[in-house]
Design a protein around this ligand. Structure first.
Ligand SMILES: C[S@@+](CC[C@H](N)C(=O)[O-])C[C@H]1O[C@@H](n2cnc3c(N)ncnc32)[C@H](O)[C@@H]1O
Length: 342
């Protein structure tokens, strides 16, 4: 993570964390030993190694589990690094803690597990042994390094699974609004599309191939210096499809806090765990800001929009995150007023 004092371009909206902010926010984090009971863990961020903390977590409290573990790549996360290993070793590492996460889930729970093409195969094998695998979402990353002797890697996977057949899936909450290229009329009337001021649009059922996401970058207010931050829009799809307002979302690899931020914006309860204090504090800062800036880029008017449609989307009525006067006093505690991004 770059230091907060690194000079940045004037239009760079990356959210940073000063040392004094970290000092204050670090006091709001939970640490081992964790308090007992679900209420004391609601809407909190824990700083610690979640694998060590597993025995201290309540049983059967999770409605939706989001797992975005380190992929099988050598990668530095703050002070800690994840070392690439063989696929079999990665599978064993994942399986070892995954089976211990299962008792935390309600029988109606859904789970999503992120991975790249390599780690994804191991993830699937483990999931297949313990839960009901329902789908694999593939999403396109626009960014990606070209390779001279291979295809450029420009996609990632998210496995969707449930604990049982008694699960919820709210398809109407995750419809995608697309511009219609060849608008067809029947008896002069639009067939399955709407004639809008900015052209013909159609609400479509979401598929398992997502091409409408933008990986956060420097001019987006949600961007941070976390090396593997997920887009809020991606997380909003998972939460809206597979949880209801008030449901409990658990993310033990919280990173920069995307799951917690989106949970706060969509009125879900959350618990996040992150072992790097700096990232845990960054997540806490994002959650505090989310109270005043509940919009999610690419999700307005209760629908998801294709990429590059900002000019035709209804404007959010709330101030942008970077317009917030970022003073320490204004960092509200996590349990401040809940706000929804609808
Ligand atoms: C792939 S990133 C998650 C990114 C996150 N979804 C976001 O949008 O920012 C994985 C995160 O898990 C953290 N991590 C790795 N092992 C952990 C562990 N055993 N306990 C808690 N956090 C861990 C890393 O520090 C890293 O920030």
């Amino acid at each position: 993570m770059n230091g907060p004092n690194k000079p940045r371009a004037p239009r760079n909206r990356t959210l940073t964390l000063s040392e004094s902010e970290q000092t204050v926010l670090a006091q709001q984090l939970l640490r081992a030993p964790l308090p007992g009971g679900v209420a004391a863990l609601t809407d909190r961020i824990v700083c610690g190694d979640f694998i060590e903390l597993l025995p201290q977590l309540p049983k059967a409290f999770v409605d939706l589990l989001i797992l975005d573990p380190p992929y099988n790549l050598t990668k530095r996360f703050g002070a800690e690094s994840f070392r690439e290993r063989s696929l079999a070793e990665y599978e064993a590492w994942f399986a070892d803690w995954f089976v211990r996460v299962l008792p935390l889930l309600k029988p109606t729970a859904s789970l999503y597990v992120c991975g790249d093409w390599k780690s994804s195969a191991a993830v699937h094998r483990v999931l297949d042994r313990h839960v009901i695998v329902r789908n694999r979402i593939t999403w396109e990353r626009e960014k990606g390094r070209g390779a001279k002797t291979n295809w450029k890697n420009a996609s990632e996977d998210i496995w969707f699974a449930t604990v049982s057949n008694a699960y919820r899936f709210n398809v109407d909450a995750v419809k995608l609004k697309r511009r219609v290229i060849a608008p067809y009329r029947e008896n002069g009337q639009p067939k399955d599309w709407q004639d809008e001021a900015d052209g013909p649009f159609r609400l479509t059922h979401p598929s398992n191939l997502w091409t409408d996401l933008t990986v956060p970058f420097w001019s987006m207010p949600e961007n941070t210096d976390h090396p593997t931050q997920k887009p809020e829009k991606l997380m909003a799809k998972l939460l809206l499809a597979s949880s209801r307002e008030g449901d409990f979302v658990f993310d033990p690899f919280l990173g920069s806090g995307t799951t917690a931020v989106v949970a706060r914006k969509l009125g879900r309860r959350f618990l996040g765990i992150e072992m790097e204090e700096r990232f845990a504090c960054l997540a806490a800062k994002r959650v505090a800001l989310a109270n005043d800036a509940p919009s999610i880029q690419g999700y307005t008017g209760g629908v998801f929009w294709e990429r590059n449609t900002l000019n035709v989307q209804p404007k959010p009525t709330t101030p942008a995150a970077d317009a917030h006067p970022m003073l320490l006093e204004s960092l509200a505690p996590y349990r401040a007023t809940k706000s929804k991004a609808k």
